[in-house]
Design a protein around this ligand. Sequence first.
Ligand SMILES: NC(=O)C1=CN([C@@H]2O[C@H](COP(=O)(O)OP(=O)(O)OC[C@H]3O[C@@H](n4cnc5c(N)ncnc54)[C@H](O)[C@@H]3O)[C@@H](O)[C@H]2O)C=CC1
Ligand SMILES: O=C([O-])C1=[NH+]CCC1
Length: 313
Amino acid sequence: MGEQPAFIGAKVVEKYLDFATLIPLLERALIHFSSGSEGGVVQPIRTIVPVAKYNGFLGVMPAYSKWDDALTTKVVTFYENKTSSEIPSHQATVLLFEPSNGTLKAVIDGKVITDKRTAAVSAIATKLLKPLHTEILCILGSGAQAQSHYQVFIQQFSFKEVRVWSRTREKAEQFAKTVAGDVHVCSTPQEAVTGADVIITVTMATQPVLFGDWVKPGAHINAIGACRPDWRELDDVLMESCVLYVDSKEAAAKESGDIVISKASIFAEIGEVLKGTKPAMTDKTTVFKSVGMAVEDTVSAKLVYDSWLAENK
Ligand SMILES: NC(=O)C1=CN([C@@H]2O[C@H](COP(=O)(O)OP(=O)(O)OC[C@H]3O[C@@H](n4cnc5c(N)ncnc54)[C@H](O)[C@@H]3O)[C@@H](O)[C@H]2O)C=CC1
Ligand SMILES: O=C([O-])C1=[NH+]CCC1
């Protein structure tokens, strides 16, 4: 029997996963992903097991990145109706393997990885697609992704005003209290969205919460929820009028109701824009529809493991 795998918990992941280090790694991974076989990323569409009795889902997300020589699979669960405020709606674990022989090297908390890598990818998309003026940031939703998106957006951009809307005003006020800077709590999503330059939708909504008629022409939207084919966050007006970017064309067209139901056509993957093979249409209203990719977890987990190993040799 060989060595036991390392167990790396959420606090340690938090310590090693800083956005400044993570962003360039993710940019490189997005480019490799969008480069076909040349990029050396092997990432099948994730497997989802519905747990219908409890309105829950289990997703299995494997990937190998040749460039990073890293092999992982994430196992993620997400539950529509939270039964307890103590248990997050999304929980995850990443298994990191030695690619040369298949040995399990580490079991890593995947919740912090999921929160941070998703927000970091939205920041990458926004840097590429942001309008000329980025004064007002609007966040719809106030959960874990709202927190991580707020953190990276405040670090990477300088907005003059940040607005938040959540279904319950109390939750939005709680969000505003827990974050570092000033956040204006809005009573309706329309109030939050009107005049915003950058909009982030981070809800568990199954029906649209963001309507095209409210959106300032030329705004950029990061749409993070609606990861099931029958779930929506954005309405048809917005989906039909925007220039649509995604993380993975194959996954987004299969997994997100925002695309499946609206039948909107995808313009490009964000990795293609990073590579320079597709343009960033910054004068148009742009949507980055994110469904989340396993290779993002792979490079994040490798960063955590390598940093942990360097301190624990
Ligand atoms: N694209 C990606 O890579 C990833 C996407 N996600 C998605 O991001 C979204 C947010 O995730 P978390 O912040 O972790 O969840 P969370 O449970 O921490 O927060 C969910 C937020 O959505 C709100 N909400 C729930 N139902 C709603 C409804 N019907 N209408 C409007 N708001 C509603 C809640 O009040 C809360 O503010 C989820 O849809 C999740 O599946 C999560 C991880 C990765
Ligand atoms: O990429 C991811 O981990 C997820 N996307 C939607 C739910 C979880």
